[in-house]
Design a protein around this ligand. Structure first.
Ligand SMILES: Cc1cc2nc3c(=O)[nH]c(=O)nc-3n(C[C@H](O)[C@H](O)[C@H](O)COP(=O)(O)OP(=O)(O)OC[C@H]3O[C@@H](n4cnc5c(N)ncnc54)[C@H](O)[C@@H]3O)c2cc1C
Length: 284
């Protein structure tokens, strides 16, 4: 357990004040015990994976912040895997590809955890997590850990029906036989496309806004003239208008101010209300 721990070390944007306490559970049982104790003591509790889709407050977080990155147990079977929530999705994608199994090519460049990716139904390059899921093991608000089959869950665009109800602690994923060289070269292509189109050289949190139906948030924001615009240390990327980068000293308030201004502007110019994809933790 770390006390007064800087949240900017726990997310890819490198933003956020001090967390009152941060804990890295070492097992699912450990996580559920901490969860139950915090619930009983009415301590605020927050869950972070790899912090790659998350804005954390400048004021920091009260209570206990749990980070899943030590939950990394993995068990391989024929064309499937049982993997804990903290495992890195990009690493899993590479390992699945090395085996010549197809299904996670889309995920090679997504820097989140498996748990975060399941919860967001992360996707790219025409693929997403949902079709890979056999079952999910989740920690529920009453402290129980339960396994749900694919048929018990609903998925949509960056949506999983567990969101807000439970935490993903592990997932069982399935793949299909493929050609190893083709799979690895598709991954390489996907990585190259990202390097060209995304501002990976500066701290960021991936896409800020969800794409509205039939359109792209990046296209709307670029058309409205936001590329390169700054507020404090935060800047709309010159490379990709749906990314906000940290120029080194960005605060959460700078990012929020940009998000609010862009949302208002797109609403007034195009009549479209953009919704954020990035999560924001703030005290209720
Ligand atoms: C450069 C870059 C490129 C990206 N490209 C893509 C992309 O192509 N496609 C895409 O979908 N995303 C993309 N992302 C966003 C991000 O990587 C994914 O959304 C990822 O799935 C988030 O996982 P995480 O562990 O980082 O979640 P975090 O950022 O840690 O958390 C995000 C939210 O999920 C919740 N959460 C985290 N873990 C769990 C869990 N185990 N159970 C329940 N809730 C949980 C958190 O409480 C929070 O609300 C990109 C991000 C970056 C920085």
């Amino acid at each position: 357990m770390e006390i007064n721990y800087p949240l900017d070390r726990l997310n890819t944007w490198k933003i956020g004040g001090p967390a009152e306490a941060v804990y890295w559970p070492q097992s699912i049982v450990d996580l559920s015990i901490v969860w139950q104790r915090a619930q009983a003591a009415k301590t605020p509790i927050w869950l972070i994976g790899r912090g790659s889709n998350l804005l954390l407050p400048d004021e920091g977080l009260p209570g206990i912040t749990l980070v899943t990155t030590s939950l990394c147990a993995i068990e391989w079977s024929e064309y499937s895997v049982q993997v804990e929530a903290g495992y890195t999705l990009a690493r899993l994608s590479q390992e699945v590809g090395e085996r010549g199994w197809s299904g996670l090519e889309f995920a090679r460049g997504i820097p989140g955890s498996v748990g975060g990716a399941v919860m967001m139904n992360a996707g790219a390059h025409g693929g997403e997590m949902a079709p890979r899921i056999i079952s999910i093991t989740a920690l529920w608000a009453d402290g129980t850990v339960k396994k749900l089959e694919r048929a018990d869950l609903e998925f949509g665009y960056r949506f999983c029906s567990l969101r807000g109800n439970a935490w993903v602690v592990a997932a069982q994923l399935e793949f299909s036989p493929g050609d190893r060289e083709q799979i690895l070269s598709r991954m390489k292509e996907n990585l190259n496309t990202r390097a060209v189109n995304q501002p990976l050289e500066k701290p960021n949190a991936g896409s800020i806004f969800r794409n509205p139906p039939g359109d792209s948030a990046g296209r709307l924001i670029e058309t409205a003239g936001w590329k390169g615009k700054r507020m404090g240390g935060a800047q709309v990327s010159d490379k990709h208008a749906n990314f906000i980068v940290n120029n080194g000293d960005a605060k959460a308030k700078d990012v929020l101010a940009l998000i609010e201004a862009i949302t208002r502007d797109i609403q007034s110019k195009f009549g479209i209300k953009l919704q954020t994809e990035v999560a924001y933790f703030k005290e209720a």
